[in-house]
Ligand binder design. Sequence first.
Ligand SMILES: [Fe+2]
Ligand SMILES: [Fe+2]
Length: 193
Amino acid sequence: MKNEEFAYNKSGWNLHMMPVGYLMIEHRLIERMIKLMADELVLNIKNGKVNLSFIDAAIDFIKNYADKCHHGKEEDILFRDLTKKNMSAEHKKIMEELIQEHVIGRQTVVRLVSAKEEYASSKTKSTAEIEKNIKWLIEFYPKHIAKEDKQFFLPCMGYFDKEGQARMLEEFYAFDGETIQDKYKKIVKDLER
Ligand SMILES: [Fe+2]
Ligand SMILES: [Fe+2]
């Protein structure tokens, strides 16, 4: 069954789900990849071994799913619409922190990519840089996700009426297109085997 989690139905989208529900479902998939990265860190990287195909899959996931697809919807749709609302000082402050955290996350992925390339091209035999950046990411994501899930997402929905929420959810579906959710769900599932 296609995109069951996202509650698609035959007549179209299920517009009764809150848009932040969609983002929270994505958080659960990101957490599964983070768990795989944490396992890889303990089993291989800390022992000086690097499974390059796993690192490539992790980089692809973080870049294209966690950042482009997930942070993309947060920044380009949710945060964009929130800035048009009369947000409380507290919510504004959290949103600015979240945006800043996305920036630091991106910079860390760039560092991980160059550490991986140095290692793959045998410029270095050390796994220290790969270890450092993977470690940073597996510590970062759970904290960032918890801040959104527990302090930000639900109160923010209070700024939108039912219609506004439904419109946002439709925009999320359009942003994603038909294939990206299934693609990355499968990637994670296959890595978990
Ligand atoms: Fe975020
Ligand atoms: Fe998020």
